[in-house]
Design a binder for this molecule. Structure first.
Ligand code: ADP
Length: 451
């Protein structure tokens, strides 16, 4: 591409330089101005006629031409021919003798330039004789290669051929890249791309290369999502299978009459009911999780005051904490009338999940703090606990569905809570982050709401 753009410019510059160089000594007839100024009224011709003489000598004669210009009655006006004296009066015979003397070495040409009055469009009375000569030697062996037009034509032909080759090369490379791109996108669209297949790469840094890079990123994301989805489904089926197996076991035992004692029968039935409720809860959670990712519910969002909502929640949670022997404090430093758009039920679920985790992952008499502040049009709600904390390696994954931190093995949980929180937060257009100094250092979850 650079070649196609810069080469013509370069060649044009070179040709111009050659032409300038070639015409350097031929711009004007030497002494023209002086002769013209001192011209006798006798041989004064129209300036256009002078111009014509000059043009002819400059452009239509060989570069090394020698010349002598005479008036109509053979008085020399200007001469570069040695034998001919400037300003001297000659006659026809003199001029012919002059030509004859050196005819062996020189080829002569005589032209009569008729004076022409361009303004009045009439022929003048005077005219000019123009005698030119070139050395026969150079005349017989013209140095064609020095002809600027010949050089230009050669360079332009080479350039043209180069451009054609370049166009062919570029077209071929674009066509093959586009074909590759087309096959690749078709494979991705059909889902027939093997996840372990190496990403396609093409050389260069053009748009197609960057498009392929974006496609590779898209493919990686799709693969990753697919893996996450599979993990999610496997985890859910595992989670559902346990209560189902228990329900089935107790139901079969009752059905086969293996449990005869009334009290044990009652116990078994209550286990079946508890497990069925558990199943119900998990299915509800699942439906909510899927629903939240569809964003349909967002249409029903309306503005609510935040402070009373957080105060209500804090009151309820204070009672829960008393029962669970945790110390809870709320620090709500926000304007009373601050309103934001949210779904009350879903915001409650965010807080319930976060506070639920805070209780589960702190020891008895542990401290939990809900802090809200409003600054620079941004509301921040943080939940801080001084519990077991989160390991550094777990932190990036805690919001992933079914991820359970290494700190949580002995705790009861399904690893769905924070992923539901994240979905609710994102579908409101908010942000949430988790931080912890490490194991035993407590955790902090920060919810950021930009107004
Ligand atoms: P789980 O049912 O395991 O609690 P969550 O999605 O609610 O699932 O949490 C994911 C993981 O994040 C937990 O397994 C735990 O490792 C970690 N985690 C969440 N909240 C806290 C907290 N307050 N303190 C320490 N670890 C936490």
């Amino acid at each position: 591409m650079a070649g196609i753009i810069f080469l013509p410019i370069l060649v044009t510059m070179i040709i111009s330089l050659i032409l300038i160089e070639d015409n350097r000594n031929r711009d004007e007839i030497p002494g023209y101005d002086e002769v013209f100024k001192n011209a006798d009224a006798d041989y004064l011709v129209n300036p256009e006629t002078w111009g014509l003489v000059q043009w002819k000598l400059t452009y239509s004669k060989p570069k090394d031409v020698e010349y002598a210009v005479f008036t109509k009655d053979y008085k020399n006006i200007i001469s570069t021919i040695e034998l001919c004296q400037q300003g001297k009066q000659y006659n026809e015979i003199d001029i012919l003798t002059l030509i004859k003397t050196e005819a062996y070495f020189y080829a002569y040409q005589i032209e009569y330039i008729q004076d022409y009055d361009n303004e009045n469009k009439t022929l003048g009375e005077n005219g000019l004789w123009m005698v030119t000569r070139v050395l026969r030697k150079s005349f017989q062996h013209p140095k064609k290669i020095h002809n600027p037009f010949f050089i230009s034509a050669t360079i332009l032909t080479v350039l043209f051929a180069f451009c054609i080759v370049m166009v062919l090369v570029i077209t071929r490379s674009i066509t093959s890249s586009v074909t590759l791109l087309e096959q690749y996108t078709r494979k991705i669209a059909n889902g027939s791309l093997d996840p372990d297949e190496k990403p396609v790469r093409i050389k260069g840094s053009n748009e197609i290369a960057s498009l392929i890079t974006s496609l590779n990123t898209m493919k990686e994301k799709l693969d990753e999502n697919e893996k996450k989805r599979m993990r999610f489904i496997m985890g859910i089926s595992h989670d559902l299978r346990t209560p189902i197996a228990l329900i089935k076991g107790y139901a079969e035992a009752l059905n086969d009459g293996m449990i005869k004692d009334g009290e044990t029968k009652k116990n078994s039935l209550s286990i079946i009911i508890t497990k069925a409720d558990m199943l119900n809860d998990r299915i509800d959670e699942l439906i909510d999780f899927v629903k939240l990712n569809t964003h349909e519910w967002r249409q029903n969002l309306s503005n609510h005051k935040v402070k009373p909502f957080l105060e209500d929640f804090s009151k309820r949670f204070t009672l829960d904490c008393e029962l669970m022997h945790r110390n809870f404090t709320a620090d709500l430093n926000i304007p009373d009338d601050l309103e934001i758009a949210y779904d009350e039920k879903l915001f409650t679920r965010i807080l319930e999940n976060l506070t639920g985790n805070a209780c589960r992952y702190t020891q008895e008499n542990g401290n939990i703090r809900l802090k809200a502040c409003f600054q620079n049009e941004s509301l921040t709600v943080s939940l801080i606990d001084d519990g077991i904390g989160i390991k550094k390696e777990d932190l990036p994954y805690v919001f992933e569905p079914l991820y359970r931190g290494t700190n949580s093995r002995q705790e009861d949980g399904k690893g769905l809570g924070l992923s539901v929180v994240k979905s609710i937060v994102e579908s409101h257009g908010w942000q949430i982050n988790a931080a912890s100094e490490g194991q035993g250092q407590g955790s902090i979850f920060v919810l950021k709401i930009e107004l």
